[in-house]
Structure formats: structure tokens, C-alpha cells
Design a binder for this molecule. Sequence first.
Ligand code: C2E
Ligand code: CA
Ligand code: CA
Ligand code: CA
Length: 276
Amino acid sequence: AKRLPGTSVHYAQEHTPNGMGALLTAEQALRAGLKNEEFTLLYQPKVDARDHRLVGFEALVRWDRPGQGRISPLDFIPAAERTGLIVPLGALILTQACRQIAQWRADGGAVVPVAVNVSPLQLLDAGFPTAVMRTLAEFDVPPALLTLEITESAAVTHMAQARDQIGQLRQQGVEVALDDFGTGFSSLNMLRGLPLSTVKIDRSLIDPMPAPDAAAVVKSICDLAGVLSLEVVAEGVETTEHAAAALAAGCNVLQGYYFAKPLDVPAASDWLQGRR
Ligand code: C2E
Ligand code: CA
Ligand code: CA
Ligand code: CA
């Protein structure tokens, strides 16, 4: 396979004429990364829309590749999905998140639920709900402290299977959020058809606020979510105007750079202790 020094996995895979060889290279690099424990989680705060107090974290993975620095998930999650390695990587991410929740519990201070992103391939794996419950039990973490964020693509193509898997997890007390709502294949029908706890409005809908048309779209999503008893999280809140408009539209929870970037564990722990 052709070497492309200094380029990301994503680039190597998408832009070389030698696509198959590049995918193999990506697979080898990901396998090595898994073996050498090169993946870390950052934790981005989510706050109550009204008083801006911490109500949760979203775990976001990073890949620290020796000699290449820190790599964005946008540059390796697609390759992990195409090679199937998202399944062991996703399991590792879930384990790391549960270990961290257990650590925060052991520290004895405040603890908030942590949301973990789940790829379609993981969610649709028949053993997934059992694996999640096993991991929670391994670290003695109450299911209410875990939220799973799923994307619509999984649900669109395999609605019945997604409904069943999500239902199993909800029954055990795990919360499930529909991520990136308002992009791609999103449909309002899916909100009704899946046993969700939360909907996360994509930042492309939050960004143009407080423009009246954008605010009206967000408000109508919040109204519908209210009817369906779903909590609403606004993603990509970058300004005080976004925060105010999202609250006025009916969002319950806010997340974005205006409050905090994804944080390393010490900084996230400071947030938990109210020191930020
Ligand atoms: P996502 O799940 O929609 O995560 C939100 C992304 O938006 C994160 O990017 C976050 O850092 C970024 N973000 C947060 N606040 C703001 C803001 O105010 N403005 C802007 N412009 N961006 C903001 P990140 O960490 O690069 O992750 C990108 C995507 O990679 C995620 O999108 C998710 O789809 C995927 N991803 C991240 N971690 C994992 C993981 O552990 N497992 C899986 N399967 N996918 C992951
Ligand atoms: Ca997410
Ligand atoms: Ca999202
Ligand atoms: Ca996304």
C-alpha cells in the first residue's frame, strides 16, 4: 500500500487511486491503535437550558497516533465502520466511559449521566444490548448514568430492529438519544416510532438562530418532542444568542463551545465539582 506521510486515515482512504490498499493500511493502523490503547475520551458538558448548570457529559473519542498527533473522529470513524473495527472500538469506548463514571462515583462527589456515541453497525448487532448491560455491571454503574446517542441512518434502514434494540436498552434503564436531528434522513415519524428518551437538534439548525425562520423550525421540533415526552438537547450552542433562542424555542438542555469544548478528565472533574 502507498504511504502518505502526515495524512489522516480518512484522506488516505478517500483520495488515493489505490483505495483498497489504503483501506488495508487504515485497518492495520486501527488494529495497532486498539492494541496499543491509543484512544482517549474527552467529555463535553451539557447544561440545563434555564440555569446553565451541568446535567451531563457527551464522551467524544480522540486517537493519539504516535508521530501523528491527535486525530479527529471524523477522520477515522468512517474507516472503522467500513472495516468493521467500530465494533471492538465501540466496545472499548463504552468500557472507558463506564470506567470513568465508576471513578467519578468512587471520588464521592456529584456525578452526571454520560452519553456515548454508538455507530449503526454496533446498534444493530444482536448482542449489543446484552454487551452494554454487561459493561455497566462490570463497573457497577447504574444504567441511568448511561445515555446512548444513535444516528438516524441506523434507524431508517432497519427500523424494526432498531426499535427492538432500543426498547431492550430503555427497559433496563439506559437512556437513548437520537443524534443529529434535522440532518440527512431525519423524519418526524421516527421520533414517534422509536422508544427514545431524547432528541438532539443538529447544530446546523441551531447556528442560524435567532433568525425567526430558524427559531420557528426549532420551536416546532420542541413542540413535537413535548407531545412525545422527549427531552430536547440543542447542539452547537456557540453564542449567548444561540443559548437564549434555544431556551425560548423550548430546548431543555444546551451543549456547545459557548459553555465548554470537549474536556479532558481533570477539566471535566472540575466541572463536576462546580469549579470551572
Ligand atoms: P457528534 O456526535 O454530533 O458530536 C458533536 C461534535 O460537535 C463533536 O465533534 C464536538 O466536539 C463538536 N462540537 C461541540 N460543540 C460544538 C460547537 O459549539 N460548535 C461546533 N462547530 N462544534 C461543536 P467531534 O468530537 O469532532 O466528533 C465528531 C463526530 O464523530 C461526532 O459527532 C460523532 O458522530 C463521531 N464520534 C465522536 N466520538 C465518537 C465515538 O466515541 N463513537 C462513535 N461511533 N462516533 C463518535
Ligand atoms: Ca453525539
Ligand atoms: Ca450530534
Ligand atoms: Ca454528527
